[in-house]
Design a protein around this ligand. Sequence first.
Ligand code: PPS
Ligand code: ADP
Length: 198
Amino acid sequence: MENIHPIFDQILKREDKENLLRQKGVVIWMIGLSGSGKSTLAKSLERTLFDKGHLTQILDGDNLRTGLNNNLGFSEEDRTENIRRVAEVAKLFANCGVVTICSFISPTEEIRQMAKAIIGNDLYYEVFVNCSLEVCEERDVKGLYAKARKGEIKNFTGIDSPFENPKHPNLELKTDVDSLEDCLSQLKESITQRIKIN
Ligand SMILES: Nc1ncnc2c1ncn2[C@@H]1O[C@H](COP(=O)(O)OS(=O)(=O)O)[C@@H](OP(=O)(O)O)[C@H]1O
Ligand SMILES: Nc1ncnc2c1ncn2[C@@H]1O[C@H](COP(=O)(O)OP(=O)(O)O)[C@@H](O)[C@H]1O
């Protein structure tokens, strides 16, 4: 871009900030249908890490869409822009050494590849919160599936908008098979390893 001069030679590196915080920065990218368990798992992970002295930040769809992304809806184009902005923000946090927990449906492989390309392979840690549409719909935590079935919400993921299962996540949690307690311990164990300073 003309007349824009990004600073690449920062005096302080991510490693310096990670050493200060005694943790590795990471973007934990949680993917799954509405009602699959992303927010529940993200909040519990954050609480556990915080209680152990880690600095964390949750970014999630419902919150970001009331602020930074409040001009975006659920068309394919808007979802792509939603994820592009979030990935950029997540990268800033992770480069400060923060354990950044992103909870977004991120419905297609293309969208996720974009997020990964922005964040970078070294920081991106993909978690598939796998739950069948049937169980998500049964849970219907926010009553949105009922509305979508009645045609009151258009482009609802899983109903009239696509969701592709991630092919090679770093971690897969089967929230319609394993208990919440089991899923949480799998998640906490893998993230605790991931953020450990050697
Ligand atoms: N049409 C449609 N489809 C899917 N979800 C919808 C829709 N309309 C509103 N909601 C609510 O928005 C939350 C999903 O936003 P995301 O930013 O995660 O979506 S996306 O990644 O851009 O696809 C989602 O939150 P979660 O239930 O936490 O996933 C819903 O509460
Ligand atoms: N194994 C599990 N993992 C995560 N959530 C579960 C599990 N079993 C049942 N649940 C319940 O499913 C619901 C998931 O809702 P939520 O976390 O808001 O989903 P999302 O953020 O993906 O829309 C919660 O009520 C949660 O208690």
